[in-house]
Design a protein around this ligand. Structure first.
Ligand SMILES: [Zn+2]
Length: 86
């Protein structure tokens, strides 16, 4: 998977399926290394209260409707502000 598709998870970016026009529903397979702040109660039941992603590898981005990632690309999200604007 190219690093280009990984950028689709960034703010102001989105995925688009060129096959069907979908921009909202994708099955994204990722491998992540994270650091979590885990808060447990005295019984041992734990909840993750904060999580920091230290590394992320996008393995595959598949259009949920076409069931293929063949036509998936990354584009600017509507309203995204580029460095040349404002
Ligand atoms: Zn599609």
């Amino acid at each position: 998977m190219s690093t280009d598709l990984a950028s689709g998870l960034a703010d102001r970016k989105r995925f688009r399926c060129g096959g069907c026009g979908n921009v909202t529903r994708f099955d994204v397979e990722v491998v992540e290394r994270t650091r979590r702040f885990v808060h447990a109660d005295l019984s041992g039941a734990a909840a993750v209260e904060r999580e920091e992603v230290l590394a992320r590898e996008v393995v595959e981005v598949v259009c949920h409707w076409c069931a293929t990632g063949e036509h998936v690309a990354v584009e600017d999200a509507p309203g995204a502000v580029t460095a040349t604007e404002g």
